[in-house]
Design a protein around this ligand. Sequence first.
Ligand code: HAX
Length: 434
Amino acid sequence: MSKLKETLLEKIEGWRPRTTRLLKEYGDVKVSDVTITQAIGGARGVKCLVTDISYLDPFEGIRFRGHTIPETLAALPKVPGHEMPYVEGFLYLLLTGDKPTEEQTAEVIAEFKKRKKVPDYVFDVIRALPADSHPMAMFSNAILAMEKESIFAKKYKEGISKMDYWDSTYEDALNLLAKLPTIAAYIYRLKYKNGDIIPSDPNLDFGGDFAHMMGIDKPYDDVSRLYFILHSDHESGNVSAHTGHLVASALSDVYYAISAMLGGLAGPLHGLANEMVLRWIQGVMDKMGGKTPDEEEMKKFVWDTLNSGQVIPGYGHAVLRKTDPRYAAQREFCLKHLPDDPIFKYVDILYKVTPDILKEHGKAKNPWPNVDAQSGVIQWFYGLTEYDFYTVLFGIGRSLGILSNIIWDRALGYPIERPKSLTTAMLEEAAGIK
Ligand code: HAX
């Protein structure tokens, strides 16, 4: 058994009594009430999910296993000669809650290297799809095609104890994660680079090999590491995380769960917003004939979008009530590496004018930018200008968090998810309306 798995088993055995005790002795304690607004309004703010992998405070932003983004980036072992930490070490932190040593990180890197070969039939499936399929549809199909590899599904058919569900789920999760960079880069090169595929380099880490297979030079390896870490987890209620959890709660294996969560991530109100931001900015650039707008000109573009009944992509959030620290981390990266980039200048002017406009507009509860407002500009700067692909990058990162959660869901025996519905007439009755 790998050291990571041994440590995880120890943590799981230590954690199980806490969940059991809460259920047995305190199961009736109330943690949330539900109003009609929440029942109709997408369960916003209803506290009915449990995760220890990350927590999202509306004003502070995300903490991964208790650590803010700057703390996380500072605490993890770095790739020698690079600014950013190994994604593999970050996965160790998500899974165990412990900051990994160099040695523990190296072990996860070795685990991924063992597991990263993608079966040939996956590439056949991708190539069989229409060439103009969205890359997210290709990514989701490719993952679903691998369902037959699931060790959990096989063991479940053979008959295993509930206490052991997490073990084969862990194997599935690592097998799948290790393959995601190769599958994603294959889609990119097939779709946008005439099928000129760059094979994986067995010596490189997760982020390094991804950049290599994409065919993009340094520091794109560090950009990828940062991107995957920032997009990994945002507690459990967002559409992608919730979908992954929901599907897996039926004991569907992780191939089904990750393929499904990508469908949710592909929506323009969620992960597709990074593509929409670049689309929106390109539209403004075309209208400006390439010139950078001043603040007054930019205000007009923002108002035009709002007045035509559309949202400003990259702004607003269901939970956050301040600038997303994932936006701030990427802005810091931009200020250091691409301060004079024309698209960054657009993003910066947008940041200056949009919050006040959204406040005046009076609808959005959070007028501040989210992660997606800043992520595309970095990709574009390093040559990834095919913005249809941006959400695939998000999907790789988000898989780290969702798979960590699914392993723990299984370890703690969380049941199949099944909230209760009401009819409109029942709501009217509850409201005292005749
Ligand atoms: N521009 C214009 N209007 C906005 C807005 C924005 N950026 N954000 C919210 N609103 C509007 C909503 O559409 C809603 O209008 P109606 O009352 O007419 O339905 C109203 O303000 C209240 O919405 P809210 O309660 O503030 O926000 P929600 O929790 O319902 O939705 C969203 C949160 C992120 C979906 C929303 O802010 C939005 O559509 N933003 C733009 C798209 C975007 O950036 N999505 C990515 C979010 C981060 C993420 O998940 N990344 O993956």
